[in-house]
Design a protein around this ligand. Structure first.
Ligand SMILES: Cc1cc2nc3c(=O)[nH]c(=O)nc-3n(C[C@H](O)[C@H](O)[C@H](O)COP(=O)(O)O)c2cc1C
Ligand code: SF4
Length: 562
């Protein structure tokens, strides 16, 4: 007989039962809230209630790192040990905590009061080092963990303009402060095709990393035929070094919701989802409140409504088709494309999926008109842009600037390299991006200029490394990150990320073998050319850029001398 009391589970998952398989992630979250982990009997109960094969439920639990199929401590501390936090002592913090509580990372204390884990990027890079303590963010933690800022993270916003961040920096904006959805009201005076034309004419390019023109996506979905159309807001924000969407969602949720409403009107969608990463639990109540306010004001409900879906710790779920799979209650495996989401997206229906920042541009475009919007930025990269500046810089934070500013100007605005040191490198675009050096300082931060220079804008990451930093350590972290996050669906990435990690570990520990540089290039180019999705296609890009910039790092003799 089961020792686990299953009585609380039914009422907790009741709302998700009619959704069938699509209710699996919320049901697992609800169950884990009750039991702290997901015991076999609980998984079995959920499988029966949702009519999902038990093996599939186990497959989903195992896929997501924030679901536990073994007991964990009643409190979980996730310490970020990714790049930005590592620069500010994240590893030391993890070690200190583990030593203090006499556990290894990933282990629970004997009394099961606490589990301490190492975490991938928590999206709080400008306030490093950080940890997630259950549902609270702890930022700017002192090395002994005695001083930290509790609760909802602050938003640190700078820049040369405040178009997208007008309401950011002073806490969450209520609907009363946000005012009416003026962009949506104006959009409704236009035909659907006119709204799409306006967005196309604005030249808006998606800010999620893939740099796809937003108007063209909308046009495809508007023309597509389906039983139901969807608008999905990609709030997965798992690219290491990225935190712009966190600030927009926390401080100005109505701007995001208005952007979704405009898209829904333009393409004829009746249902929307905001898919938010599991590492942002503190934003969920903010979004729930904002959705309630929007419903009460009549913006949502009758023609279009939005549901929140919370991820559970998987970088790959930011990839658009993996995200659909996740909402549908499956493991986050990317789909083969084509067909593309605009015709066959969520539940196989026409879907527009956009990044949070992209959506925030829509009210602005409709209010100002395409011509007004184009007054800022460059011809090919119009509009404002948010950059996530972190690492060894005097003033880390979120910077809103006009497209066209140079890297030098942005770094000067951020007070330059911290402590008066010289610049070693800037990681542009996140883990999937590339390294730049002082030779690139006068390149304009636009899609076209960065592409021409062989660099990448990605999701707007600008992570600074000073002259003292050991780039082998940084590369080693990248290697581990991709090996951990590869979903394993296709061999070039599944094996390539493993081999890349092994070689980079050797390089970091001073045991570089002759020809490791050739091995890394071989693996990197193969992943780029042959992987199924963007994760594998970019898993080698930062490493390949490092090989070009600093070949001596991979020299067996240099490593021996280290
Ligand atoms: C591995 C991987 C992770 C991604 N993560 C995100 C993410 O966290 N947020 C996001 O908006 N786009 C992410 N993307 C890009 C999405 O697939 C998609 O292009 C984007 O949501 C489209 O929105 P946009 O057109 O507004 O840029 C990711 C792509 C890949 C390959
Ligand atoms: S490239 Fe990597 S993450 Fe993408 S499908 Fe293949 S194995 Fe999965």
């Amino acid at each position: 007989m089961s020792e686990i009391d299953l009585t609380p589970i039914r009422p907790a998952i009741e709302n998700y039962i009619p959704m069938g398989r699509a209710g699996l992630l919320p049901a697992l979250h609800a169950a884990q809230k009750i039991y702290g982990w997901l015991p076999e009997d609980v998984a079995s109960e959920i499988a029966k209630a949702l009519r999902v094969p038990l093996a599939d439920v186990h497959g989903v639990i195992e896929f997501y790192s924030m679901f536990y199929n073994e007991p964990v401590g009643r409190r979980i501390i996730r310490v970020c040990t990714d790049q930005a936090c590592a620069l500010k002592g994240g590893d030391g913090l993890l070690n200190h905590l583990c030593k203090h509580h006499d556990v290894e990372p990933g282990q629970a204390t004997e009394d099961m009061s606490l589990t301490i884990e190492s975490s991938p990027c928590l999206g709080l890079c400008e306030q490093a080092p950080v940890a997630l303590v259950d549902d609270d963010a702890e930022t700017n933690i002192s090395p002994d963990f005695n001083e930290y800022e509790l609760g909802l993270p602050r938003s640190i916003v700078y820049g040369s303009m405040r178009k997208l961040t007008a309401n950011c920096g002073e806490g969450t904006t209520s609907l009363e402060k946000y005012g009416e959805y003026a962009g949506l009201r104006k959009a409704r005076t236009l035909s659907r095709v006119q709204v799409i034309e306006e967005v196309k004419n604005s030249g808006l390019i998606g800010r999620g990393g893939a740099a796809f023109p937003t108007g063209i996506k909308g046009e495809g979905a508007e023309r597509a035929v389906g039983n139901q159309k969807y608008v999905v807001c990609n709030a997965d924000e798992s690219e290491p070094g990225t935190f712009k969407d966190r600030v927009l969602l926390t401080d100005d949720p109505h701007q995001v919701i208005e952007g979704m409403c405009i898209t829904a009107y333009a393409v004829g969608a009746s249902k929307g989802y905001i898919y938010i990463r599991g590492e942002y639990p503190y934003i969920v109540p903010i979004l729930e409140d904002a959705l309630r306010e929007a419903r009460e004001a009549g913006y949502l409900g009758e023609h279009f409504d939005i549901e929140i879906r919370v991820g559970a710790g998987a970088y790959i779920c930011g990839e658009e088709t993996a995200l659909f799979e996740s909402i549908e209650g499956k493991r986050g495996f990317p789909r083969v494309k084509p067909p593309f989401p605009v015709t066959h997206g969520l539940f196989g229906e026409p879907t527009v999926i956009n990044n949070v920042e992209t959506l925030c541009n829509l009210p602005l475009i409709i209010k100002e008109g395409a011509d007004g919007y184009r007054k800022i930025g460059t011809e090919k990269s119009p509009g404002p842009k948010l950059f996530c500046v972190s690492g060894d810089v005097t003033l880390p934070g979120l910077y809103e600037v006009e497209f066209g500013m140079t890297l030098r100007e942005l770094l000067e605005m951020a007070g330059g390299v911290a402590g008066g040191k010289s610049l070693k490198a800037v990681l542009l675009g996140g883990a999937a991006g590339v390294f730049a050096t002082s030779a690139h300082l006068d390149i304009k931060l636009t899609f076209e200029d960065l592409r021409a220079a062989g660099l990448s804008l990605g999701s707007g990451v600008v992570m600074v490394f000073d002259e003292t930093r050991d780039m082998r350590d940084s590369l080693n972290r990248l290697g581990h990150f991709f090996a951990h996050e590869s979903c394993g669906k296709c061999y070039p990435c599944q094996m390539g990320t493993q081999r890349q990690m092994e070689i980079l570990s050797r390089v970091a520990s001073g045991k570089t073998l002759p020809e490791d540089i050739l091995r890394l290039q071989d693996v990197g180019w193969t992943m780029t050319d042959a992987s199924l999705c963007g994760l594998g296609q970019t898993a080698g890009s930062a490493v390949l850029s490092a090989i070009k910039l600093w070949p001596e790092l991979f020299d067996a003799k240099t490593a021996e001398a280290k």
